[in-house]
Design a protein around this ligand. Structure first.
Ligand SMILES: Nc1ncnc2c1ncn2[C@@H]1O[C@H](COP(=O)(O)OP(=O)(O)OP(=O)(O)O)[C@@H](O)[C@H]1O
Ligand SMILES: [Mg+2]
Length: 347
C-alpha cells in the first residue's frame, strides 16, 4: 500500500497465526489493552513485555527517546506487524483473531503518512476513501476542514510542507470515523507554529470524544496534551499512569547545607525515611517525604548542627524523564523517582 496513508490496514493482521492471548480479560470499553507485548528482531528486543491500558477519552502519551520501541509498539497495535509474544485488545477485540473487524473504529499511522506526491490532497483522500468504503468519501470535505487543509486540497501533495502532510495523514485517518486514533510522533519535525497547530488539532479531536494515543519524544508536548502516559525506555515501560502522579514523585528531592556537611551526611544516612543520600558540591541531597524532612531537621539540630539551607529541589518533569529514560543513577538505591514510579502502576 505504498502511496496511501498507512492508516490501519484491514487485511494486515488477519494473515498471521494467532499469538497466545495470555490472561487478558477483554473489555469492550477499553480502546487499548496490551499485555506482555514483546517484539524481537533476532537479538534485538525492540519491545519487551509492554503493558498499556488506554481508557475511553484519554489523550494518552507514549513517551520515550529514539529507539525506545514506540513505533514498533504502534505497528503491533495497528496490526501491521505481529507481536512475538503478548496480547492486544482494541475495544475488547483481538486484532490477531478478529482481523479487520478488530480495527473497526481504529485509525492512525506510523512514522510519516505516505501519499502519492503527484496527486492532489483531495485525490489522495479519495483513494483512501475508496479503500475504506463505508461512506468514507462523503467525509472528505469535513476531514479537510478539520485539519485546515480545505484551501490546499486542489494542490499536489508533492508541494505540501511536512506539517501539511502530517495533517493530511490525520484527515485520511478521520475518513474511517475513528473512535481511537493511534498517532506516531505527529508533531515531530514541525516548526513551533506547526506543533501548536497539531496540538490544537489533537485537542479538537479529543473534544469530539476521539480517544488518542500519540507517541512522542518531547516531554513538553505530552505534558501539554496528555492526561495519562506510558514512558518507554529500551523496550520496557518504566512508568504508566497519570502525569500528575508522576509529577508528584518529582517533589521529593531536597538540598541541605549545614555547619558541618560531613556530619550531616551521617545523620541523614542514619535517619529513617531519608533515601538516596549523597554529597553535592554545595552540601547534601536526599529524597524524602515532608514528614520525614521535619523529623530530620530535628535530628540535625539534636546532633548539634546548624541548618543553613534546607530546600526542596522541585525537580522538573524533564529531569525526571531523563532519570527514567537514561542511566540508572536513581534506580540504584530503589527509592528514587524511578523506583517510586515503577510501583505506581496505572494510578
Ligand atoms: N524491522 C526491524 N528490524 C530490526 N530492528 C528493528 C526493526 N524495527 C525496529 N527495530 C529496532 O527496534 C528498536 C525500537 O525501534 P522503534 O522504531 O520502535 O523505536 P522508536 O521509539 O519509534 O524510535 P524513534 O523515536 O527513533 O522513532 C530499535 O533498536 C530498532 O532498531
Ligand atoms: Mg519511531
Amino acid at each position: 500500500m505504498s502511496g496511501t496513508p498507512t492508516a490501519a490496514s484491514p487485511q494486515a493482521a488477519s494473515q498471521q497465526a494467532p499469538v497466545s492471548s495470555g490472561s487478558l480479560e477483554p473489555d469492550e470499553a477499553l480502546p487499548v489493552q496490551a499485555r506482555g507485548l514483546v517484539k524481537r528482531y533476532g537479538e534485538i528486543v525492540a519491545v519487551d513485555h509492554v503493558d498499556l491500558t488506554v481508557r475511553a477519552g484519554d489523550v494518552y502519551g507514549y513517551l520515550g527517546p529514539n529507539g525506545a520501541g514506540k513505533t514498533t509498539s504502534l505497528r503491533m497495535l495497528l496490526g501491521l506487524i505481529r507481536p512475538t509474544e503478548g496480547s492486544i485488545r482494541l475495544f475488547g477485540r483481538d486484532p490477531l483473531l478478529a482481523g479487520a473487524g478488530a480495527l473497526d473504529g481504529v485509525a492512525g499511522f506510523v512514522e510519516a503518512p505516505r501519499f502519492y506526491p503527484y496527486m492532489t490532497g483531495r485525490r489522495n483522500l479519495e483513494l483512501c476513501a475508496a479503500f475504506d468504503g463505508d461512506g468514507a468519501s462523503e467525509r472528505i470535505d469535513e476531514a479537510l476542514d478539520v485539519v485546515d487543509l480545505a484551501p490546499r486540497a486542489k494542490h499536489k501533495v508533492g508541494g505540501y510542507s511536512h506539517g501539511m502532510r502530517q495533517r493530511l495523514g490525520i484527515a485520511g485517518a478521520l475518513l474511517r470515523r475513528p473512535r481511537l486514533l493511534l498517532l506516531d510522533e505527529p508533531a515531530t519535525g514541525l516548526d513551533p507554529a506547526g506543533m501548536r497547530d497539531m496540538r490544537a488539532l489533537i485537542r479538537r479531536l479529543a473534544d469530539e470524544r476521539i480517544t488518542v494515543l500519540l507517541s512522542s519524544h518531547i516531554l513538553a508536548e505530552v505534558e501539554e496534551l496528555c492526561d495519562r502516559v506510558a514512558i518507554i525506555r529500551s523496550g520496557s515501560v518504566v512508568y504508566e499512569g497519570s502525569l500528575s502522579e508522576l509529577k508528584r514523585t518529582t517533589a521529593g528531592g531536597y538540598q541541605l547545607r549545614t555547619t558541618d556537611d560531613l556530619r550531616a551526611l551521617e545523620v541523614c544516612q542514619a535517619q529513617a525515611g531519608i533515601e538516596a543520600v549523597g554529597r553535592t558540591p554545595g552540601g547534601v541531597r536526599f529524597d524524602a517525604d515532608e514528614v520525614e524532612v521535619a523529623a530530620l531537621s530535628i535530628a540535625l539540630v539534636g546532633a548539634g548542627l546548624g541548618i543553613i539551607t534546607l530546600a526542596s529541589e522541585h525537580a522538573t518533569l524533564e529531569d525526571l524523564f531523563f532519570r527514567l529514560t537514561e542511566g540508572d543513577q536513581v534506580e540504584g538505591n530503589g527509592s528514587g523517582p524511578a523506583g517510586a514510579a515503577g510501583g505506581s502502576g496505572e494510578a
